[in-house]
Design a protein around this ligand. Structure first.
Ligand code: ADP
Ligand code: MG
Length: 678
């Protein structure tokens, strides 16, 4: 019988109840999880120092002979904690050092007089004596080797983890553990799994680690890509809402502007998909202000002309309200019925809207993601547009696609994402890009300054307001705590409204504010009744007030480049020249902020952000939709990623359902990977 790597960790020899619980805290529940609890880093038992060269405070490895075995120094058992301290003395040819061991009786007593060991630990001076306290102790034959260092939890030591890993490695059946088909391994020069598990946990040298790591990175990205291919394939098998040719010129003619070439191209791609038999799964990418809403509206109108309903979902109520306003303006003159459904819609109105959706009286619905649930039924939903802002991960999308009655799906992404990253996040989607902005926009100039400019900046705001413009002022951030940020936003608002902006109409919005108030303030700002809008980053996404021409951002160093770009995208939407001022007193941020001042292309900024901060940060820490990889690191492993694309495509094309016997492990693995909640 082969060794089952999916068995509970409790069944690994030597792992008891208590230990299994400790492992569970690390997310290690099976033997396989344990093998995939990859080392965090490696300790190099290589650079051995002489005792005479040791410095206080450094972590050092020495090779020394025990001169005085450990003796119990004192026990402090009156206090809450029992602390026993053992002291020993060890020496090499250059000097002697005191070795202090806390609590570890057996470790201390095992040290033999006259025998040589490796000691690794922090160097201190204890009452003038050179001391290494709580060292890791190894036999001398370990010199020159690498030792895996794991993430741990209370009660689990590195040695325990290592020991358990070793048991699994020694007992498992080498032939049975490889998820990658032999052919894929051969074509991509990857070693087999059993060998790599051993190498990554017990490497002889760094080369072992590199070879094993590449294999696991490849495996992870390959499986992910293959999973995306399968989702895409499954969607292809669904029947959508096939539409016929329809005339959308009544819509385009009613617009106050002509669509840009990029918009026209995107509309053609989208309506092309919607005429197909399978449901569209398309991402619409475009820089801030590139006019994604008009493209979505064209698609919605196309659905309407074909007798289908459509829904546009936004992540926040502010945005939903704005989209509703835009669509109403576009469509009411054309006799299309548009409704808004959000969390703050009254119960009676909600009931009414749901009834009219179900009987087909409503053509287009604007809503927040949260409000559309399973019990919202449409008479004939043909198109679902989400203004996503990355709040939807691949896995959620997979779930959604499986559940819905497969309308066409269009996802609008608010942040330009470098192509490579988009391929990872949205590998299951077709992509349309709006790569140019509408003409006739004013110029945006950006300045990065320090706080000494603040009063001059406030005067500049007043001057612009006096000329009829409006301004955004983004509050200082206290920390990532909404309560505290709200408090400081209010304080900042009061200080300015009663101080430098006395006599001006000043408004405040922040995340935790009741939706009704927030909407009212935004509406007042949009209507020009508020001149200076003080806010937290809730205005970041999508807000569109063309008359606003100044954006001042306090604590600019706290934001990522892409986020600053989003904020800056709120201005420069009208015909006036606009000004963005980034205030920061932090020297270390100067270069980044200067980059913002010099660059306006969102894709370029996103690339820089990716380079500076990594993909997780680039698109926001929480719910960013990027899969959490166990070992792959998208910054380091882009080249491996490209290799996996071709391999995944080939595997998928030769066996789309992974039905071949050799592919069974792949199938099991992928279904686990995509069903796990992120
Ligand atoms: P985003 O892509 O950031 O969502 P919006 O859809 O909010 O951009 O559009 C930004 C602004 O540009 C809106 O005021 C919109 O009316 C305007 N706009 C969109 N398309 C065009 C165009 N082709 N010509 C001129 N203005 C346009
Ligand atoms: Mg938008």
């Amino acid at each position: 019988m082969s060794y089952d790597l999916n068995m509970p960790i409790r069944q690994v020899r030597g792992v008891g109840e208590a230990r299994a619980k400790q492992f569970a805290k690390l997310g290690v529940n099976t033997a396989l999880d344990l093998l995939r609890h990859f080392p965090r880093t490696y300790e190099n038992l290589n650079e051995i120092k002489f005792i005479s060269e040791l410095r206080e405070g450094e972590d050092a490895l020495i090779r020394a002979r025990v001169r005085v075995p450990a003796t119990l120094q004192f026990t402090r058992n009156r206090s809450a904690r029992n602390i026993t301290v053992y002291n020993a003395v060890a020496a090499d040819d250059t000097g002697a050092i005191k070795i202090t061991i806390f609590n570890r009786k057996y470790t201390a007593e095992a040290l033999e007089r006259g025998k040589e060991y490796l000691f690794k630990g922090r160097i201190e001076f204890d009452r003038g004596a050179l001391t290494m306290s709580s060292p890791e102790i190894y036999p001398v034959n370990k010199a020159g080797s690498l030792r895996a260092v794991y993430s741990l939890t209370a009660g689990l030591t590195n040695n325990i983890v290592s020991g358990c890993v070793k048991k699994v490695l020694d007992e498992m059946d080498a032939a049975d553990v490889d998820v990658l088909p032999a052919q894929v391994r051969a074509e991509n020069g990857l070693a087999d799994a059993a060998k790599c598990y051993r190498a990554i946990h017990f490497p002889k040298d760094y080369n072992d680690v590199t070879v094993a790591r590449r294999r696991f990175v490849f495996e992870e990205l390959f499986l992910f890509q293959l999973g995306l291919q399968m989702i895409k394939g499954r969607n292809r098998g669904l029947t959508g809402a096939p539409m016929g040719d329809a005339d959308i010129t009544p819509f385009t003619r009613s617009l106050p502007f002509e669509l840009t070439e990029a918009q026209k191209r995107a509309v053609a791609e989208i309506t092309g998909d919607m005429r197909g038999a399978r449901p569209m799964q398309r991402l619409l990418q475009g820089d801030v202000g590139s006019g994604k809403t008009a493209v979505a509206a064209a698609a919605m109108f196309f659905a309407k002309q074909n007798g289908y309903q459509s829904v546009l979902m936004a992540p926040t109520e502010i945005l939903a309200a704005q989209h509703f306003k835009t669509l109403s303006r576009f469509f009411e003159p054309l006799g299309v019925s548009v409704e808004l459904l959000t969390g703050s819609t009254t119960a009676a109105k909600k009931r009414d809207i749901k009834a009219r959706l179900a009987d087909g009286a409503i053509d287009m619905l604007v809503s927040t993601h949260a409000v559309i649930t399973d019990d919202t039924s449409f008479a004939s939903l043909g198109l679902a547009v989400t203004d996503e802002q990355h709040r939807f991960g691949v896995r959620q999308r997979a779930a959604l696609a499986a559940k819905s009655r497969s309308p066409h799906v269009l996802i609008m992404s608010a942040t330009p994402i470098p192509r490579t990253l988009a391929m990872i996040m949205y590998g299951d989607l077709d992509i349309s890009v709006l790569d140019s902005l509408p003409k006739g926009r004013g110029k945006i100039s950006t300045y990065a300054v320090d706080g000494t400019y603040r009063s001059r900046i406030f005067n500049f705001i007043k001057k612009n307001v006096d000329e009829g413009r409006q301004a955004y002022l983004v509050c200082p951030l206290v920390e990532e705590n909404e309560e505290l940020d709200a408090a400081s936003a209010k304080q900042y608002y009061e200080q300015l409204a009663q101080g430098v902006f006395r006599g001006y109409s000043v408004g405040l919005v922040y995340g935790k504010m009741p939706a009704r108030e927030k909407d009212a303030t935004m509406a007042a700002f949009a209507a020009g009744k508020i001149s200076v809008l003080i806010s937290t980053t809730v205005i970041e996404v999508g807000v569109d007030v063309p008359n606003a021409s100044v954006m001042v951002i306090e604590n600019a160093e706290r934001y990522g480049l892409s986020q600053l770009h989003q904020l800056r995208g709120r201005i420069g939407r009208g015909q006036w020249d606009s000004f963005c001022v980034l205030i920061s007193d932090q020297e270390s941020a100067a270069e980044r902020l200067q980059f913002m001042a010099k660059n306006s292309d969102g894709f370029k900024i996103a690339e820089k952000d990716l380079e500076l901060r990594g993909p997780g940060d680039l698109i926001g820490k929480r719910q960013h939709g990027l899969p959490e990889f166990e070992i792959a690191d998208l910054e380091r492993d882009m080249n491996v990623f490209y290799d996996t694309l071709a391999a995944a495509k080939q595997t998928f094309e030769s066996d789309p359902q992974l039905k071949k016997p050799g592919n069974a492990p792949l199938r099991a693995w992928i279904s686990r990977m995509f069903s796990r909640t992120p």
